[in-house]
Structure formats: C-alpha cells, structure tokens
Write a protein that binds this ligand. Structure first.
Ligand code: GLC
Length: 808
C-alpha cells in the first residue's frame, strides 16, 4: 500500500503513485466509472474502480466471454467475488460492487497490465489483483485475504459471472440461453462453459449454424466446495446481486447443464486464524478445445505460478514502454508520455479495441493505422505489420474498407474519402523511422483479387484519391472524411472537403519523395504537379476570408464558413493548412489566428464553433449531437492534438504547450467534479462551451488521441523526430523550460539527448555536443539533422538552444 508520501496530482478521488505506474483511486464512488483496459493482444478485460467490467477473446463484440450492459450510471455488470462469514452470516464483496457495503478502506490501483482492488471489512482485508496472462487466452485473479482481527474467521468465497460466449450484447437472452451449456469437470475441478450457437456465419455463409468454437473455463486454486451454473439458483427469482439468495442460503446447489441461465459460481471455504493470510487464485479464460482449457487451468492456478505470471506481465509492459522516455520540467507531461499514453494506445486501441464507452472489436482502417504511429519509436516492426495488415484490406481499385472485423473478415466498403490516404501517410512515417525501403516491395493481397507490392497499394490509394475530385479540382468528401459525423455532406459525390485537400496535398508531396528514392522520377513529377494544382485550387476556392471553409455540400453551399448560421469555423481545415504546408504563409498564419480566436478555449481547441443547435440533414449526425458534445462543438481531443502540431510548426512553443496543458487529462482531472472522467487517459472529447457541462470529459480510453498526443509531443514539442537522413532535432518548447532530456533508439542506435535552454527561447539551436564533440551553430537554426549512427552504438547528445549572436 502506498503512503501519502507517494502522492502525485492528488484529488478527493485519488492520485498517481510515485513513479506514475499506477493510478490509485481512494474511494469507490468516482463521478463516472474509472476503468482499466487490460489486454495482451488476444485476451482482454476491463475492470472499473467499482469492480464492474467484462472479458473477451480476440473481439470484444463477437467474442465476449462475460455479459455486460453499457450502464455507466449503475456500473453493476461485472465479475464478482463475494465473502460470507459462516459464523454470523455477514456478506460483503471484494469490490465495491455488488454488495456496496460501507468501506472502512477502499483502494483501486490501476496499473500497467493489472488492477488491484483492496477492501477492508470487519478486520478482513482483501486484495484482488486482476490481469491477463502475458500471452495466453486467460485472466488471472489473485485474491489475498488477511485476517487482521483477534478472532478466527471462517469464510466462504463465491465467484459470480454471467456467460455471454459470443456476440454482445446478447439482447435476446431467452433465445441465447438455450444454447449455453455448463459443466463442472469433477476430476479436474474446473467449471466449463460452451455454446452450441455462434452468430458468425459458417463456411457456406449460413447464419446460426455453427457452434462457438471455444471452451470457456473458470477455475480456482482451492478445493471447490460447490458450484452454480444457473442464474436463477444464484439470485433467486426476483433476487438481485446485492443480496443474492445463494449468499443468504450460504451454499450452492451444484447446478449445471443445458437448461439454466448460464452463469459460473465457484464456492470455496477458508478459515483464517488471527494474523493469517492466504492467496487464492481464480482463472477465467477460453481456449480452442476442452483439452486446451483444462491445460491452461492446470498450468496457471497455483499462487506461485500466478504470481510469477504477474511479474512477467509487468516486465513485458516495462520493456514495451521503455524504448522512449522523457524527462521534462512538467511532471504531468512525463507521466503521460512515459507511461499512460503508450499504455492507452497499445492496451486499449491496438490490443483490446474496447472500452467502457465503446466496444468495437473491429479494426478501423484509419484508426488503428494512426494508433500504430505510436509504436514507431517503440517497436517499428509492429507498425510495419499494421501497415501490411491494412494494405490487405484494400480493393484493387485503391478503395479500402472503412473498418473490418478480424474474426469474420467482413467489413464496410464505403465512399468514405480519407481512409485510403492513411496508408501512404503511415507508411511514409514508417519509412522515415526505419529507412527500410524494402517494405515497399512486400507483396500484399487485395480484398477482391490479386496482389501487389505495398508501393503499389500506396500508389493506388493516391491515384484513387486523385480521381475523387470535383470539376474545380478539390477532393470529394464522399460519405465523409476523417470526421465521421459529416456523413451527409457529399453522398452524391459532389460535395468537397478542404481538410482532405490539405491532407491529400501532404501525401502527394511525401510520396513524391518516396518515388524519387525508388528512382521513379516521372511518378514523382506527376504527384508534384498534382500537388501544385491542388494547392492552387485550395488557394482559389478554399479561403473564406479569415479562415479555410471546411466542406462544400452536394448543392454547393458551404460548411464551416463565416456565412453559416452555425458551425462557422472548423479546426482541421486550419491546422492541416499549416501541417501540410498547402497554404501560403499569410493564409496559414491567419487561419491559425482565427482558430485561436474562435476555437481555443479553456479546455483546449474546439473542433468547430458555434455548435449546431439545429439539425442539418445535409451535414450529418454531427449536427444531431447535443450542442457542445463530441464533434458538435466539443473539444475533440484527437483533432486538438493537431493544433499543437500546427502551433509548433509556426514556432509557437509557449502556445503549443499551453494547448497541451489545457487538454491534458491529468490537469483536467484536478477538478474531478467538473471533469468527471479518468485523469490518467485521454478522453475522446470534453464538452464545449455550448453545453451546460462545459469542461466535462467523455468517451475515455477508446480514442485515437492517445497516439497522436504522444506523437506531437515527441516529434513537435520536444522536437526529436525521425527523418530520412537522421534524427531531426527541432524543439519548440515553452521558454520557461530550462532543460529536458529524452532517450530513444533510432535505427538500432541508442540516443540520450539532453536539451538546455539557458536563454529561455521557444526555438533555435546555438550548439551541439555529440559524444563530447562541440559544434557551434551561430546562426541559431530552427533545426539540426543528426546523422544516423551505426546500429548497436550508444550516444550522448547535448543540445543548446538560444538566439543567434547579434554580431553575426
Ligand atoms: C471516431 C472514429 C474516427 C474518426 C473520429 C472523428 O473516433 O473512430 O475514425 O476519425 O471519430 O469523426
């Protein structure tokens, strides 16, 4: 247990531990559920501070193991452990839910790959650790129980979970329960569950004609005193989880079979003398066969093995996050960068693909590609695999799935206009990180027919995007672009997108560089010409007077223009003008000044302003959200990170960092009554000024903002960025920062970089010391390119920021 000494960013609800590797929640009634999304890439579970949550295997929607309803107010669906004192009949639970007994002491520690719930009830302390095994399809619970009292305690323990075993939510329960089958394997002491129906179609495309191809298991390290497989016997008719009939009764009826409402409950008995403590292990998982299920339960159920596995999980995570570390004057920045943004993007977005606000399971073509940008400095091979995976979900004509389901390989093929461009975008970033042009030669199949190199996949994406243009040469928005909520602007393939024009411009110019490197000169020239004419079209048609408009509808009227009643200015159309350098300098500056004037608010930059109060059916569902919520005039964190990037390009270190601070969840979380959601992960959105709840966070965990915030902070604020010919050093920081350091590997060489800022500048470098060798930079350039070192070597770099000397 941590002491007060360790507190970091402490509020009435919790604080970080000293090294930031845990967030410790000190009471169960947080303003909204504060959860941990734990996944090993195959198996996943979510657990809230109250003990709510669920588990899945590979796909959180098609392959849910336990039932859960998205009720974030009651947060009462979960997997639970009950205690019953056999002497006095007292009942309590190892988490706040479901008994909600008064807590003498309550702690929930969310860590990297595990959570620990601690309760103190009448001198019995229970510490319940939950985690997914390092690489096997199961979760492990280690329950440590100590009797701190003066009398012997005789306790019964009961677990409780409801089987889902397939699609979630199983809203037609009376139908689905008829296919569930539970069994207690006496000789192996394991509770098993199977389902004779899975919603996924069989090889002939027939629905409801296939068994769920796994066996779920629930096991315990202790002797099983009883079990229950039927919800009715556990709760009693009209009973509830708060005070179930079985707990009042005190023993199981040992039900299992095909006829109940499938649950799992294991009972075990424990006698603890004063001062005694015990570790009990419970397992929950699913494997491809009965044998595999039995093997896993036998392998992991002893406390020694479980503890060993927990240590392995912690070590795996430590190694995963380690390759890039920062140390700056801002502790919140460091906590997010070193631990939590990486963990959020990897565990939730890339591995688990689920959270409390959204259970996806699918892979979004643009989403997980963008998320994989975070892996570039950590494990670039991961990004490489992600790129190739997405390329496989492209069609021969260059178009791509909007998203697809990994288990069934079914997807949505639409006229969404930006998805395909994220393939060259992320590939380009991968190439700069690794210099590995050979990836472009990799053969990848198309969804519909044949295969081609990754280069060809990227080329087709660009060509397809170039075809989807209006007569005046601007990209068509189609079913929508990055902003899903603009889903009715251009379905007739007439409406245009200025954001997409900026984005396409950047991709064309970047891939012209790739073409050059491959010796494809005419291709490079063609793309540069296209980019030039795009820039001219943006310049001629896209300027609204003080900023860029966002889109034109099929009827030619504008979205995000000063002439609109609502939604007059949109953030992305301004930030990407700078990021892509698709605007003239004057316009770029003015666009960002307008963004700052209308969009930058107390909690970060709004996606648009003012919010729509009237639904516009020719814009889309964005206008149907409550005003100020999510994309309708809220702070949409993903897009907000791009404003940070744009400000750094303009050299505005102070402003960029100010934006970071406004949207950083740790700072927002210092006012938990207003902000409400987890302070350790980014939210998808914070309510904007047109909401009465201005400043309230929402949609935490499942947001592309984690990876992007990490990327803009490393590449743009700290300014240590991978480039073709080396590491580009171009910090853009608040002038108050006196120094900071960063360690990272780049092309297998290790860099320890310390940046000093004695003259309190935002940008500019006056000197460099490379392994003790000094290089003066009297003109104080914005950036310096550090040539790559041989693989395996280690280097100390000292960078001195400052102004050019007057005498020059
Ligand atoms: C959601 C979508 C993402 C989209 C964003 C903005 O996060 O998953 O793909 O870009 O909203 O609309």
């Amino acid at each position: 247990m941590n002491t007060d000494m360790d507190e970091n960013f402490s509020t009435a609800y919790g604080h970080f531990n000293r090294d930031g590797s845990e967030y410790i929640i000190t009471r169960p009634d947080t303003p909204k559920p504060w959860v941990n999304v734990i996944s090993n890439g195959e198996y996943g579970l979510i657990v809230s501070q109250a003990g709510g949550g669920f588990s899945w295997l590979s796909h959180s929607n098609f392959n849910r193991l336990t039932r859960w309803q998205q009720d974030l107010i009651q947060d009462q669906w979960g997997k639970f452990i009950y205690f019953r004192d056999r002497q006095n009949g007292a009942i309590w639970s190892a988490a706040y839910q479901p008994v909600k007994h008064p807590q003498a002491k309550y702690r929930c520690r969310h860590g990297i790959g595990y959570s620990v719930l601690t309760c103190l009830f009448e001198d019995v302390v229970s510490e319940w650790t939950l985690f997914a095994a390092a690489s096997e399809p199961l979760e492990i619970w280690i329950l440590r129980i100590a009797n701190n009292g003066k009398t012997k305690r005789s306790l019964s323990l009961f677990t409780y979970l409801e089987w889902c075993l397939g699609f979630a939510p199983d809203n037609h329960r009376e139908f689905h329960k008829a296919f569930l089958e539970t069994e207690f394997a006496e000789s192996e002491q394991v509770f098993l569950a199977r389902k004779r129906l899975w919603e996924v179609a069989d090889e002939k495309g027939r629905h409801w004609n296939r068994r769920w191809p796994f066996t779920a298991f629930h096991a315990c390290s202790e002797k099983i005193a009883g079990f229950e497989g039927d919800k009715e016997l556990f709760l009693g008719m009209y009973g509830d989880l708060h005070s179930p009939a079985l707990l009042q009764r005190g023993h199981c009826r040992n039900s299992s079979g095909k006829w109940g409402d499938g649950i799992a409950c294991l009972q075990t008995e424990l006698d603890l003398l004063p001062g005694d403590s015990r570790e009990v292990v419970f397992l929950l998982g699913a494997a491809g066969s009965d044998d595999a299920a039995l093997r896993l339960s036998n392998q992991f159920r002893t406390p020694a093995v479980a503890l060993q596995e927990l240590a392995k999980v912690k070590e795996t995570w430590r190694k995963r996050l380690e390759p890039l570390m920062v140390h700056t004057p801002d502790v919140a920045f460091d906590l997010l960068m070193n631990t939590w943004l990486k963990y959020q993007a990897i565990s939730c977005r890339l591995f688990g693909r689920a959270a409390y606000y959204q259970q996806s399971g699918a892979i979004g073509f643009r989403d997980q590609l963008q998320d994989s940008l975070l892996m570039l400095p950590l494990d670039a091979d991961f990004t490489r695999r992600q790129i190739l995976l997405h390329a496989k979900h492209q069609f021969r004509d260059g178009s791509v799935y909007h998203w697809w389901h990994p288990l069934t390989e079914t997807g949505l093929h639409s006229k969404v206009s930006d998805n395909l461009l994220w393939l060259p975008f992320v590939t380009y970033e991968y190439l700069k990180e690794t210099g590995d042009l050979t990836v472009l030669e990799q053969q990848v199949t198309f969804v519909d027919q044949g295969e081609a190199t990754l280069w060809e996949h990227c080329r087709l994406a660009l060509q397809r995007a170039l075809q989807w243009r209006s007569p005046r040469g601007l990209p068509l928005i189609g079913d929508h672009d990055w902003n899903d909520g603009l889903n009715a602007v251009g379905n007739d393939m007439k409406g245009e997108s200025i954001w997409l024009a900026h984005f396409l411009y950047k991709n064309l110019r970047d891939f012209a560089v790739v073409a050059e490197k491959l010796g494809k000169k005419s291709q490079a020239e063609e793309w540069l010409e296209e980019a030039q004419s795009l820039k001219e079209a943006i310049d001629r048609y896209g300027w609204d007077g003080q900023w860029f408009w966002r889109a034109s509808k099929d009827d030619g009227s504008l979205v995000g223009s000063g002439g609109c009643e609502e939604g007059k200015i949109y953030l992305n159309a301004q930030t990407w003008a700078v990021i892509s350098q698709s605007a003239t300098e004057d316009r770029a500056l003015q666009a960002m000044a307008s963004a700052a004037k209308y969009l930058y608010r107390e909690f970060g930059p709004l996606l648009l302003w003012p919010a729509y109060s009237v639904v516009d059916e020719n814009i889309g569902y964005l206008t149907r959200y409550a005003p100020g919520r999510r994309e309708n005039g809220g702070l949409y964190t993903h897009a907000a990170t791009w404003a940070i990037w744009a400000e750094t390009i303009l050299g505005h270190g102070e402003k960029a960092f100010e934006l970071f601070k406004r949207l950083a969840p740790i700072y927002r979380g210092m006012n938990p009554e207003l902000y409400q959601v987890e302070p350790y992960v980014t939210p998808g959105n914070v309510e904007g000024p047109d909401s009465p709840y201005f400043g309230r966070g929402g949609w935490t965990w499942y947001t592309g903002s984690a990876a992007w915030l990490f990327k803009v902070c490393t590449d743009a604020i700290l300014g240590i960025q991978a480039d073709w010919d080396g590491l580009r050093i171009h910090p853009c920081i608040p002038p108050t920062w006196k120094e900071f350091s960063l360690s990272r590997t780049f092309r297998q060489a290790e860099y320890r970089i310390r940046i000093e800022n004695p003259e309190a500048v935002e940008t500019g470098l006056v000197g460099l010391e490379i392994d003790g060798q000094f290089i003066g930079l009297p003109h104080a350039p914005r950036e310096y390119l550090l040539k790559p070192f041989p693989a395996g070597s280690k280097h100390d770099i000292r960078v001195i920021m400052g102004k050019a000397k007057k005498s020059l």
